[in-house]
Ligand binder design. Structure first.
Ligand code: C2E
Ligand code: CA
Ligand code: CA
Length: 538
């Protein structure tokens, strides 16, 4: 970044002038929600634009500032820059402002009036506290957890969100989480990779699991490759900050990004083929991981504990989600187990097959019915064919690779012939509910499995609702009314409902929409449903 390194003396000689003439400026590195492409926040990173030496990297001058007492002054300077910028955004009515995180050095928090001075600056520019987030490093703990815990509490009482930066870089990670109630954990991919080579993946995945247990969101930093991003997504970590999506941007470039809209471009996928080696499966940088995320059919990895027959989902690829056809996310499957809800009979079949796979060491297969639930599609009962194979074992614990296929339609066709037909009817079918999901940014509509089955809709409808007006599902006289609904949703309507006659036969349906908003309150999805209005049918 810098054309010339400055040595310690050069730094100290020009620091006063730099403050006076405002040679420091804040760059902003956006953070994205990987599962929907939205910008969720940005981190402010200081840059020193030296008139003679060019741009200086904070990595070089911050340690000198820390050692010579300039750091707190710098941090307050950067904080003021952020407030000036946010104030401008608010005055210019920028629609999609997201919170900005700022770095608080461990030296700042031992400086008694630091927080008061911050608060004075914030109030001077009239910035709502929810637009600012504190980043504290774990190493601030040196000198005792208690002091840091009190500082975090003080920030909390003022309404700040607190992030633990560079989590996992110290030796005290676990203790820190126990004592210090941070709201967000930041993990650095680069740090973990450099230190522990191939084991990095296992450690990251354990940390994300641990954070999930605590219900603490994780931002992963330093993501440079699509493999790493897909890997993070597959273990249930949604928030990403790194060169892959964006380098730190100047204020004007960052503003441009905000104005362009909220959607990060879709991630390109990698193209490779080779044999899967289970041993390398946990390393985000291996071909095995690339294949899991991009190539193999619908697959997941879970751990099975034979002590209590418990299953914990660890990794899930996109095709697995597509196969369930419920518009679920990796998070639904990994955290909430929304894909493994069996009745006793089906659970027994599933567990028996796991034991068969453990005993044979080969691939074993079973078909089980399960109830799946998702925000988009509500509840459905599906039949899943699972082929499992053990890929790792420890005492009483097995790592199992499972490939799935949704065989609901075949099974239903078959059971329709059999006497037990009724048993497999879904709740949805009794109630005659059709569901779908509408994505605000892309204007794409994702129909539920039932819409696809019975209305012959494709899995994705672009430029919604136009194709359905064209094909007559929405009658022409309702087209403008319905387009207006979509406009209202784009602008933030929370709930809409009306009776609308659908299809060429003008069958009255009760149509409802409930919108979902992102981390920052902007609409990004709406869940639609249509229920047959039974009374009106003569
Ligand atoms: P940090 O807080 O961990 O910030 C993240 C660093 O990682 C930034 O370096 C960022 O540019 C870099 N980075 C982001 N994505 C990637 C990636 O994909 N690959 C790689 N290789 N690097 C990536 P930067 O801007 O040089 O900052 C270095 C450190 O200086 C920061 O680390 C932070 O500890 C400190 N720092 C920066 N600004 C401030 C500040 O205003 N106050 C204080 N106290 N410290 C600051
Ligand atoms: Ca940071
Ligand atoms: Ca960091």
């Amino acid at each position: 970044m810098n054309r010339y390194f400055m040595n310690k003396n050069e730094i100290l000689n020009s620091v006063e002038q730099a403050f006076k003439e405002k040679h420091f400026c804040a760059y902003y590195q956006p953070q994205f929600n990987h599962s929907n492409g939205r910008i969720v926040g940005a981190e402010a990173l200081v840059r020193w634009i030296h008139p003679e030496y060019g741009m200086q990297s904070p990595g070089d001058f911050i340690p000198v500032f820390e050692a010579n007492g300039y750091i707190t002054r710098l941090d307050l300077y950067v904080f003021e820059e952020i407030c000036i910028f946010l104030n401008k955004c608010i005055r210019d009515n920028i629609k999609n402002i997201v919170p900005i995180s700022f770095n608080v050095s461990r030296y700042d928090i031992y400086f008694a009036s630091f927080i008061d001075e911050m608060e004075n600056i914030r109030k001077k520019y009239d910035i709502p506290v929810k637009l600012l987030r504190v980043e504290i490093t774990e190493s601030a703990v040196i000198g005792g957890n208690e002091y840091l815990a009190n500082t975090v509490e003080r920030f909390h009482s003022l309404g700040y969100i607190v992030e633990m930066d560079d989590f996992g870089s110290g030796y005290s990670s676990l203790n820190v989480l126990k004592d210090i109630k941070v709201d967000i954990i930041k993990l650095d991919m680069i740090f973990l990779r450099g230190e522990i080579g191939g084991r990095g993946g296992i450690i990251i995945s354990s940390m994300v699991r641990m954070a999930n247990w605590l219900g603490t969101p994780v931002i992963i930093e330093g993501v440079e490759t699509t493999e790493q991003a897909d890997y993070m997504k597959s273990i249930g970590c949604d928030y990403i900050q790194g060169y892959l999506y964006s380098r730190p941007l100047s204020e004007s470039d960052y503003l441009k990004l905000l104005l362009e809209g909220r959607t990060g471009q879709a991630m390109p996928h990698m193209n490779f083929t080779e044999n899967i080696d289970a041993g390398k499966f946990w390393d985000p940088n291996t071909i095995e991981t690339v294949i899991f995320n991009n190539f193999v059919s619908a697959a997941a990895v879970f751990s099975f504990k034979s002590k209590n027959n418990s299953i914990e989902m660890l990794r899930v690829n996109d095709k697995y989600l597509a196969e369930l056809a419920m518009n679920m996310t990796q998070k639904d499957v990994i955290k909430k187990h929304d894909d493994l809800i069996f009745d006793d009979e089906n659970r027994k079949i599933y567990i028996d097959t796991i034991y068969k796979a453990i005993a044979s060491g080969k691939e074993e297969e079973c078909d089980t019915w399960r109830t799946v639930y998702s925000a988009c599609c509500g509840e459905d009962t599906v039949c899943i064919r699972s082929s499992m194979r053990v890929i790792g074992r420890a005492e009483n614990e097995y790592l199992i690779y499972v490939m799935i296929r949704n065989v609901t339609i075949e099974k239903k066709a078959y059971t329709a012939l059999s006497a037990s037909e009724k048993k497999f009817r879904t709740a949805g079918e009794h109630a005659n509910i059709f569901c779908w999901e509408y994505e605000v940014d892309t204007k794409k509509m994702y129909p539920c499995a039932r819409c696809m089955r019975e209305l012959g809709l494709p899995p994705v409808i672009e430029n919604y609702p136009e194709p359905l007006i064209e094909n007559g599902l929405f009658p022409a006289e309702y087209a403008d009314f319905y387009r207006d609904w979509m406009r209202q949703i784009d602008e933030g309507a929370e709930h809409l409902e009306a009776v609308i006659p659908l299809t060429d036969d003008r069958i009255p349906f009760h149509v409802r929409y409930t919108a979902e908003f992102d981390e920052n309150g902007y609409p990004y999805k709406a869940y639609g449903s249509a229920t047959l209005v039974v009374d009106d049918i003569k």
